[in-house]
Design a binder for this molecule. Sequence first.
Ligand SMILES: Nc1nc2c([nH]c(=O)n2[C@H]2C[C@H](O)[C@@H](COP(=O)(O)OP(=O)(O)OP(=O)(O)O)O2)c(=O)[nH]1
Ligand SMILES: [Mg+2]
Length: 127
Amino acid sequence: MVIRVAAGIIMRDEQVFIALRSQDKHQGGCWEFPGGKVELDEEPRAALVRELEEECGIQVNVSSPFQLIRHDYSDKSVELHFFKVTDFDGEPHGKEGQEVAWVSLKDLTSYTFPEANVPIVKALLAA
Ligand SMILES: Nc1nc2c([nH]c(=O)n2[C@H]2C[C@H](O)[C@@H](COP(=O)(O)OP(=O)(O)OP(=O)(O)O)O2)c(=O)[nH]1
Ligand SMILES: [Mg+2]
């Protein structure tokens, strides 16, 4: 079974907002682009809007599909719908108590992301 996920690359002034996955979660201890599982009968973009409100407390105004990545981890397979989020209301924060950071694109390589994110980080660096 493939788990569908929507994740947001929240951009402001050449910086991107990332969050640390808690140790007890799948890929715990890795940094992530905030997001979560797409529910049954839910559009990925709607899941993005819902998750970014739940996890970061922002209201997404403008988002654009960035990349779709299918990745098989040893324990599960994911289909990651990445969106760039370029306009939002509210100040992103770790609404669920997670550690967060605003990072310059060039500094993204200093952070450990899940394996599936490697092409995303590369693409952001190349942009
Ligand atoms: N949010 C997010 N998930 C990612 C990224 N890269 C990556 O491999 N994943 C994987 C880890 C998880 O297996 C899955 C996302 O699930 P999640 O734990 O965020 O789901 P959720 O927010 O609905 O959380 P939960 O209620 O199930 O705990 O996608 C990423 O950049 N962002
Ligand atoms: Mg999540």
